[in-house]
Ligand binder design. Sequence first.
Ligand SMILES: [Zn+2]
Length: 314
Amino acid sequence: MRSTVVGSYPVELKEASGFKDKLLKSVGAYDPFKDSIKQAVFSQLDAGVDIISDGQVRGDMVSSFSKFIPGFKIEDGNTFIVSKIRNPTGEISVKDLLYAKNLIKEYYNGNIPEGKGIKGIVTGPSTIIHSSRITSFYKEKDDAIIDLAHSLKKEVDAIENKVKPVYIQVDEPFLSTGMVNMKVAREAIEILHENLSIPLAMHVCGTLQDAYKDLSKFNVEILDFEFAGNNVNLDILEKNISLFKGKKIGFGCIDSSKNEVDSEQETEELILKGIDIVGEDNILLDPDCGLRRAPMDVAFKKLKLMNDIKNHYM
Ligand SMILES: [Zn+2]
């Protein structure tokens, strides 16, 4: 049984302080987010998380991808589709992931222990398109989704080849909303999955009531859902576990909508219930969703609680 995170971590931006940082700032080369990545990586490792993220500290899940992809325009924080979606202008998250992976090495004095590592995270094509407004070129969102899947595939491949993560996760929160054409969403994930030699995970938060049957058919090795801040998903999983045979379940067991540390007893009961339904070998523990909105110390304590319980049962 291993633990992971969904992605984003709280950010406290630091001003350039030392001589080197000030010098970099004076030539416009200071990156204030480097410290945030370091903080996110070390906090996750200190809390005992096995498969960490780079903290996704640079911004919201849509624009951090769409700003590197021709066809999109971002204005006042909104994303518009203005022309045909093409391949990214460069690698999007590879540099941060490599930096984060090196920090894991540093944390463990040179060798990343077995079972620990980093995952790459890409916002899913359906979620990006449904968060954007089409102003020209496309008549149907579905066509834009498929073009974007081909574009994001370049990033997925770059992450696989250069970062060599434990796995890659696609975030598709929109798939539980009923707004998305599930057939097209599935085809898009199929494009991302092609020729991948590491597992692909898909995170979908929200209530699964109307989506679980479709989601169980997606070609991914891991499906990640929320079970802490949600009172129907556990029941759905239990009654339909046979649908998810052959897949691992990312088991959200920490309520990311609450900015306070979860109850130890309730979390432990939930985890035990999860193990009971899914089986110890097929469960990955993580928070329901990203912890971006929680205060730094609360985010840390939430992750630590989850890992302390995990270690107690291993
Ligand atoms: Zn989520």
